[in-house]
Design a binder for this molecule. Structure first.
Ligand code: ZN
Length: 490
């Protein structure tokens, strides 16, 4: 009996090892197109094309002279999977990034007759310009004393002065000088696209050309679609301001771990990225990219890419388009949380994946996934229709592992992934969730809102329900604001 147990545990250990190996092989195969000379060349060509466009922008509008084009996003942090199809850059505005150029204003809570009508989102600030020259120079981008996110959402004429509009105008000038104007559809300040052909941006050789197909302004960022060597590549450009007084907007105590806090402080500056209106978001993007690229344990990085892959399969399988159980950013946060607390001496994918899944389940249960740099920010939102889908994916991940450990061969692993995702995704119907869970959600939301308000202002206990605020979100947004609905009748 003892001999048999020993034998079983040996088999199971070696199966767990094989499972770790399978995940590793899977991730490597998903990165086959990413780790290649061709990908390096594409990254280089894209970067140079962006440079060419931004040089033209600063010619048109010297205020938007750029001091740095920061390579961010999954390709540059070494976690991209699948295709080489997107690049993200933060474009640092030189003049506003000089030490002492700006002053940050933390957004205060707004009360009306004792009722909280607006509570500031942690991680958001407003910007005031410091010296008089800058105030004059940037006055058309200042509203009510505060710098706007380089655009004017309400004024159509002024919208043309926005950062994104200037990118479009620059491209238009190239198109005109190159006589590639005829096939271009252009809506100033909004978008442009070539219905045939495209604009040649730069030539490496006669056979390899970078062709711009479309450019679209999604304030505050602008997305270009390029074509190079048979690949379509989406390029996201977001204007940013470098700010060197880190201690103004970063509390080491809010960070999940002191090593991470030290990394933020050592860097010596943070980046402010334009958001809606005159709000800017505090970001630690550079520290984060470096952490994911060089610091996180290799096993945890593998797990992150494996989770992204499974997440994409669930998104593809969803009954409605664009329903992702988790965003990549949420998965990244979970993996960094695990990296900070992982105590395993011998880290294996198999062992750490179990812990990561437990951690995810725990966050889902609490509807709380804290940002690692500022734990006062959370990414999971009880309003999300996806919250049930997250549980489906977690169950699926456990099931995949259980079956693959029983029979750890590559062919079976691939089959298991496909079958489990299909089956578990089919049990989830977004439209049904939205219909049937609405009442339940409204009540949970109400309870959560009351709880939150109780924390915000302990002294005011008589409030039944207060109006909340809603701001539209991007996928990587820092906080979902909770809205309050009237109390449900029982
Ligand atoms: Zn671990």
């Amino acid at each position: 009996m003892t001999a048999k147990l020993l034998n079983d545990s040996k088999v199971s250990n070696s199966n767990e090892e094989s499972f770790s190996h399978l995940v590793e092989q899977k991730v490597l195969s998903l990165r086959r197109n990413i780790i290649s000379e061709r990908a390096d060349k594409i990254a280089d060509v894209v970067y140079r094309s962006v440079n060419v466009i931004l040089d033209k922008v600063s010619e048109l509008e010297p205020r938007f002279t750029v001091s740095e084009i920061l390579k961010v996003g999954s390709y540059f942090e070494g976690t991209k999977i699948d295709k080489i199809d997107e690049f993200d850059f933060l474009v640092v505005i030189k003049e506003l990034s000089k030490p002492g150029a700006i002053h940050l204003n933390k957004i205060p809570d707004v009360f009306d007759e004792g009722y909280l009508i607006y509570t500031a989102e942690p991680g958001m600030v407003q910007i005031k310009l410091q010296d008089d020259d800058l105030k004059i120079k940037w006055r058309k981008y200042v509203v009510d004393d505060f710098l706007t996110g380089f655009h004017h959402p309400t004024d159509i004429h002024k919208r043309r002065q926005g950062f994104g509009s200037l990118i479009l105008e620059s491209i238009k000038i190239f198109a005109k000088t190159q006589h590639e104007w005829r096939n271009l559809f252009f809506e100033p300040g909004v978008n442009m696209f070539f219905n045939r052909g495209g604009l040649t941006l730069l030539s490496i050789s006669d056979s390899e050309r970078v062709i711009l197909k479309t450019a679209e302004v999604h304030h505050p960022n602008t997305v270009l679609e390029l074509k190079y060597d048979g690949s379509r590549i989406s390029v996201d450009l977001s204007p940013a301001i470098r700010y060197d007084r880190v201690e103004d907007c970063f509390e080491a105590g809010d960070c999940v771990d002191e090593r991470l806090a030290a990394a933020v402080l050592d860097r010596g500056s943070i980046l402010l990225v334009a958001k809606q209106g005159n709000y800017f978001r505090i970001t630690f993007t550079e520290t984060e990219v470096k952490f994911m690229r060089d610091k996180i344990h290799g096993v945890h990085k593998l797990i992150y890419m494996y989770l992204k892959y499974i997440k994409c399969l669930y998104a593809k399988q969803a009954s409605q388009p664009d329903v992702h159980p988790f965003s990549s950013y949420m998965l990244k946060m979970v993996c960094i949380h695990h990296d900070m607390r992982c105590t395993s001496e011998n880290k294996t994918v198999s062992k750490c994946l179990d812990e990561v899944l437990d951690l995810m389940a725990d966050y889902c249960e609490k509807d709380d996934l804290p940002n690692v740099f500022n734990t006062r920010l959370t990414y999971l939102d009880i309003r999300d229709t996806e919250s049930e889908y997250r549980l489906c994916m977690l169950d699926g991940l456990r099931k995949i592992k259980e079956l693959a450990v029983e029979n750890p061969t590559e062919a079976y692993f691939n089959e298991v992934i496909k079958d489990v995702v299909e089956q578990s995704a089919n049990t989830f119907d977004v439209t049904r969730e939205m219909r049937f869970k609405k009442a339940d959600r409204a009540e949970r939301r109400f309870r959560a809102e009351c709880e939150r308000l109780r924390k915000v202002n302990e002294s005011e206990t008589s409030k039944d329900c207060l109006p909340g605020s809603m701001l539209s979100q991007r996928e990587t947004d820092v906080l979902q604001t909770v809205t309050c609905e009237p109390r449900l009748a029982h």
